[in-house]
Ligand binder design. Structure first.
Ligand code: ADP
Ligand code: ZN
Ligand code: ZN
Length: 760
């Protein structure tokens, strides 16, 4: 392997050949043509630039985009033509996005093709589409009377829909069934009563068309105004930073975003707002709409590629100024982007789990740099990563400390499950939780029970003393494998599964297994009169399952909602006054270093579900580790102390954000091949270390991936830690090149993931 190369693929300047796409519509992305870069252009040329080239047999002059620079000719060098020159003048948005794709390929691995397909929208023939709207038929007087009637009869769903229509009519049908969680039968029934009608209209696809804009600006309070002014002043002076707003839920972050977008768009520039899909609720969407009318558009994962393409075209044409959506909205082709806002910036969904494995936050910062734009991150529980950068000054940290209506945070209680066992209660429901559930059922208030599925990775713990088997080298939980062995997924350390607890000698040592289905059975047995809903992967598999369940619960057709993390995010159920976290430890002992961070976030979010309406809320956290700092501090809702404790531990272990980590996946259909190749590759790197060619690196593994075998593919992983991200990128480049030039790797999958969130 060659560890010292002067020229690197993908860097600007000095490359001999340029790979060029002629037409960046999706279908032809696969066709890349190679040209020779004339000497006088070698210094200037960079990925993303538009160039003039001779094309085809006749050498007709045309233009294309540089997608990659390389020193390796892919054809007979005698046949490679010279490119002619740069296209001067204004830089089209495509250039910027292609340059961004180049940056992504370089920093996250994968091919240029993967990266291009991620940043450029898929062009498809747009089918003409009829959009339906729900229109209110009543005058506002009549509507008020009707609303009172529904409320009296306790027709919750109807009352909610009528209420929404009184605020805004017409409403797009999808908004009513989607974000508002109404079933078709409710809409039909209200149609038959003459309250509303459904109207069809042929239209260009704008989900908000036909809705009226109301200028309902709210006056910011002092703390909101202060941070808005601060960000705006810098913006106006052309100083673009990454800002991190740390503010509890309900402290008015969204109102700040809206105010900033207002200013940015008034100055002629555009805004992208990233919101995790699961938190993209009706209320949120309407708040943006009411302020920006049809200048705002929204993306979601249910849209067909054609619908997404339409939204991107509208953005490119300048029909909209604001795009709201999940991760992929980041690539909206705005030509004069001014601001990117990332709400709930700690969410793991901002990291892509397919190639390229990019993080939307880092990529947003890069895009903003290219566009001369600002980035605003917001969260009640910022990622350790962002807060760390806030502390080091890379981001600018701003705080919103008070809640808007000064609503108290819910009361939090911790139940020690070890004590329960001592008292002879072996149920997953503690005595205290059962008592509170009984009380809420009597009072006709709602309950949410939350179990974290993420933790089912197979850690083994003692139910008598709480002891968890962890790796002596890596400080992460060991996972039990089918062969009975306990394995570390970072370093491969193995030990036999114990029969008794090494800490207290109790025989209650085992894997923790309790799924939502099991819990549902237990709850139904204990409270036969309660109406129970369950939301998990099984019950939400079909397209509408998810919304039906939420809608039924919102309409109070059930008393108890049992679910995985799906239920704790973003939803607003005012009648919920009790939230039970059944086993907080399940996310604490995931086999990677994020356990405490995820648990703190989940507990804070779960707690945030209780007491959102007029009634105060209560939270019960059941755990085997009541003394764990993350559980204690979640109870206190003390983020800053949590951060300080956690960052000290990360720093000790050189885990991100105090250092950087890269994982390399080596996968093969043959177990031996996977194992030997992983061994070979890690040895190569270790050899280079010994020879002094690389310094400051630690190589860990190879080990079996957390799911070692999937569909007959055997997976091995090697971890690399280094203080400098770019050093890891270099190692990736060398390994990638080594693998691509050695035939024995031809049938294997080799992939990289930087600062992994969930691992392979
Ligand atoms: P966050 O995004 O931090 O959760 P929001 O911006 O959603 O907070 O604000 C919470 C609630 O308070 C919303 O209902 C919002 O309309 C309201 N609100 C926000 N700012 C103000 C303000 N300055 N005056 C009155 N109400 C406000
Ligand atoms: Zn024990
Ligand atoms: Zn280990």
């Amino acid at each position: 392997m060659n560890w010292h190369r002067k020229k690197k693929t993908g860097d600007a300047g000095m490359a001999e050949y340029a790979n060029i796409v002629i037409d960046i519509s999706h279908e032809k992305l696969d066709k890349v043509f190679q040209y020779r870069v004339p000497e006088h252009l070698q210094q200037k040329l960079a990925v993303g630039m538009q160039v003039e080239i001779p094309f085809g047999a006749g050498g007709r002059k045309t233009t294309g985009y540089v997608v990659e620079l390389t020193d390796t000719p892919e054809y007979d060098t005698a046949k490679i033509k010279d490119l002619e020159g740069l296209v001067e003048g204004s830089i089209p948005i495509e250039s910027q996005l292609i340059a961004l794709a180049g940056w992504m390929r370089k920093n996250y691995g994968g091919t240029m093709n993967h990266a291009l397909k991620t940043v450029l929208p898929v062009k498809q023939k747009a089918k003409e589409k009829k959009q339906r709207f729900v229109v209110l038929e009543l005058s506002s007087e009549q509507a008020k009377e009707q609303l009172a009637l529904f409320e009296k009869k306790n027709h919750k769903a109807r009352a909610r829909l009528l209420g929404a229509l009184m605020e805004q009519s017409p409403l797009p049908y999808e908004v009513v069934t989607g974000k508002l969680n109404m079933t078709a039968s409710v809409i039909r029934a209200m149609g038959e009563l003459g309250i509303l009608h459904v109207e069809e209209k042929r239209m260009y696809r704008n989900p908000f068309e036909g809705m009226k804009k109301e200028n309902r600006s709210i006056k910011l309070n002092e703390q909101q105004q202060e941070i808005t002014d601060r960000i705006w002043q810098e913006f106006e002076q052309g100083h673009h930073h990454t800002w991190l707003i740390h503010g509890v839920t309900g402290s008015g972050k969204t109102a700040v975003y809206i105010e900033l977008i207002e200013k940015v768009t008034a100055s002629g520039r555009q805004a992208i707002v990233l919101i995790p899909e699961i938190a993209l609720t009706y209320q949120t969407v309407m708040r943006f709409y009411q302020r920006f009318g049809d200048r705002v558009s929204i993306l979601n994962s249910k849209m067909s590629p054609g619908e997404r393409y339409d939204q991107f075209e509208r953005a490119k044409r300048g029909d909209v100024d604001v795009m709201i959506g999940p991760r992929s909205a980041l690539f909206t082709p705005f030509s004069n982007l001014g601001i990117i806002i990332i709400d709930e910036e700690h969410e793991t969904s901002y990291k892509s789990e397919t190639l390229p494995r990019y993080h939307a936050r880092e990529t947003a910062i890069e895009r903003a740099k290219m566009a001369g734009a600002s980035v605003v991150l917001g969260s009640a529980t910022p990622s350790l990563d962002s807060y760390y950068r806030g502390m080091t000054g890379e981001y600018i940290l701003l705080k919103l400390e008070k809640r808007i209506e000064e609503k108290p945070l819910p009361r939090c209680e911790i139940v020690d499950l070890r004590e329960e066992l001592k008292q002879g209660n072996r149920s997953i429901l503690s005595e205290r939780l059962q008592e509170l559930m009984k009380d809420r059922l009597e009072q006709k208030q709602q309950i949410m029970l939350f179990i974290n599925r993420r933790g089912m990775a197979g850690f083994v713990s003692c139910r008598a003393c709480g002891h968890v088997l962890t790796c002596p080298h890596c400080d992460v939980a060991l996972s039990q494998h089918n062969n009975g062995k306990m394995v570390c997924h970072y370093c491969g350390h193995e030990e036999a599964a114990p029969k008794v607890c090494p800490e207290c000698g109790s025989g209650y040592i085992s894997g923790f297994k309790a799924g939502t289905q099991k819990i549902e059975e237990i709850v139904k047995k204990k409270f036969p009169e309660a109406r129970v809903l369950r939301m998990d992967f099984d019950t939400t598999r079909n397209k509408e399952g998810h919304e039906k369940i939420l809608s039924a619960f919102a309409n109070q057709e059930a008393d108890i909602l049992i679910g995985t993390q799906m239920i704790v995010k973003g939803h607003d159920f005012p009648n919920v006054t009790l939230v039970g976290v059944l086993a907080a430890d399940l996310s604490l002992y995931v086999s990677d270093y994020h356990g405490a961070e995820r648990t703190f976030q989940l507990l804070t979010q779960a707690a945030g579900r209780a007491g959102r309406g007029a009634l105060p809320g209560e939270v019960v956290i059941q755990t085997y580790h009541p003394e764990h700092y993350c559980i204690e501090l979640a109870k206190e809702q003390d983020y800053v102390r949590f951060y300080e404790t956690e960052i000290a531990l990360r720093s000790m272990m050189n885990y991100p954000p105090c250092g950087h980590m890269m994982v390399m996946l080596v996968a093969s259909g043959d177990e031996m091949t996977a194992a030997l190749s992983a061994e070979l590759l890690s040895k190569k790197v270790r050899k280079a270390q010994e020879d002094g060619k690389i310094s400051g690196l630690s190589v860990i593994g190879p080990a079996s991936a957390s799911v070692a075998k999937v569909k007959d593919i055997y997976k091995k992983v090697i971890y690399f830690k280094h203080a400098d991200y770019q050093e890891l990128v270099k190692i990736k480049d060398v390994l990638e090149r080594f693998v691509s030039t050695h035939r024995e790797f031809a049938n294997m999958v080799i992939q990289f993931d930087f600062n992994p969130m969930s691992g392979f």
